[in-house]
Design a protein around this ligand. Structure first.
Ligand SMILES: NC(=O)c1ccc[n+]([C@@H]2O[C@H](COP(=O)([O-])OP(=O)(O)OC[C@H]3O[C@@H](n4cnc5c(N)ncnc54)[C@H](OP(=O)(O)O)[C@@H]3O)[C@@H](O)[C@H]2O)c1
Length: 347
């Protein structure tokens, strides 16, 4: 197995593994007890030292299970990068969620209690909160960092405009800016990470911590012929009803056709599975700091790490073939007749 390489997280000095592991729906949700330990152990033993969770995952149980396992495995805190996220909260009170100063401070304290840790490495704003002034949000995350409860803060599923605003507020008042964005990026979901954020990569060195790189499993090919029992779309059928229904319609059938074509390309030209190809394709993007894997079994972690061997095989010719199958690349911003410049700004 190839070694997991590290990349800087955005403009920060923090090094994160190209593949990390998250707990949405799995750790503390469908997976509890010893199996959580088995998954985290296999990840850590194979070079994954970054673990992502959120206050809302399994109503706080994801953080609790992750914290318990870190202790039980006797992992050294400095060897780990732990990230969690705030926004949805756990109760229904008017101040139990969102990004008010109150919830950012109280919510962070509760995350740390559930994790049993003194600090997290990165605290993410799990969504933007348009009802709170941006200055309040940036000041509150800055306070959390100055207090030592997090080393950095970052955003998740914020628009480019909102990230810009946070950057401007931070610069204006000399506060810590967000260092990364946690967004969805996969072969079927490209517009925001590839087009909308494009100017931010160069301007702020923005790094992305990618989620759902397998589109919740669709890009493994496991849903090509229906919904197998025990898989995510079956165990969370209510949440994924829209996605499952769409698989019977034109859009979904097109995706399945593409998964089949990508499988053939992966097997015949690269000697790998479509799962490995889909993960390697996201990891190859230079703006990706880390691809957060999701796994319901230890074997999936090991299988997914085989993508590391595929990344160097993604030559420009192979990438062109993938592009021809996907046929969903976003058009670059219009130049209105002015010729395109190369990445160095030259004609
Ligand atoms: N910031 C956000 O808003 C946000 C949103 C979503 C996720 N995230 C983060 O990103 C992480 C990853 O997202 P995700 O779980 O959606 O990622 P994903 O890779 O798209 O889906 C993971 C799921 O696919 C299946 N799977 C994974 N590897 C497989 C393999 N080799 N063969 C067959 N099936 C496989 C498993 O589900 P089954 O075995 O159950 O079918 C697994 O739980 C989350 O845990 C979370 O930390 C963040």
């Amino acid at each position: 197995m190839s070694e997991v390489k590290f990349r800087r997280l955005g403009p920060s000095g923090l090094r994160v593994p190209l593949f990390s592991l998250g707990g949405w729906l799995t750790l503390g949700g469908t997976v509890v007890g010893d199996p959580v330990k088995d998954i985290i152990k296999v990840a850590f033993d194979n070079g994954i030292n970054m673990f992502d969770t959120a206050e809302a995952y399994a109503k706080g149980r994801s953080e609790q299970e992750m914290g318990r396992v870190i202790k039980e495995l006797g992992l050294r805190r400095t060897d780990l990068v732990i990230t969690t996220k705030l926004f949805w909260g756990l109760r229904n009170g008017p101040n139990d969620g969102g990004l008010s100063r109150k919830h950012i401070i109280e919510g962070t304290k509760e995350c740390l209690e559930r994790l049993g840790l003194d600090y997290v490495d990165v605290i993410f704003a799990h969504r933007p909160d348009v009802s709170v002034p941006m200055e309040e949000i940036v000041r509150a995350f800055n306070w959390v960092i100055e207090k030592g409860w997090a080393h950095y803060w970052a955003t998740s599923e914020w628009s480019a405009y909102e990230i810009e605003e946070a950057q401007h507020v931070a610069t204006k008042f000399g506060l810590h800016p967000p260092i990364a964005e946690q967004c969805q990026h996969n072969m079927f979901h490209r517009e925001r990470p590839e087009k909308e954020y494009h100017p931010l990569y160069k301007k702020y060195d923005l790094g992305i911590t990618v989620f759902s790189a397998l589109a919740s499993g669709l890009l493994t090919g496991k849903y090509n012929d229906g919904i197998p029992e025990g898989t995510r779309f079956a165990t969370h059928s209510k949440f994924f009803k829209g996605t499952v229904d769409s698989l019977q319609k034109e859009d979904g059938l097109t995706k399945i056709r593409k998964v089949n074509e990508l499988s053939t390309l992966a097997e015949q030209e690269l000697g790998c599975s479509v799962t490995h190809l889909a993960l390697a394709w996201v990891a190859k993007n230079p703006n990706t700091s880390t691809v957060i894997l999701g796994a319901s079994k230890p074997e999936q972690v090991l299988d997914n790490l085989k993508a590391l061997e595929v990344i160097p095989k993604l030559t420009p010719e192979v990438m062109d073939k993938i592009e021809a199958i996907l046929d969903n690349k976003s058009a670059p911003p219009p130049t209105f007749g002015r010729p395109h410049l190369d990445p160095m700004g030259r004609l």
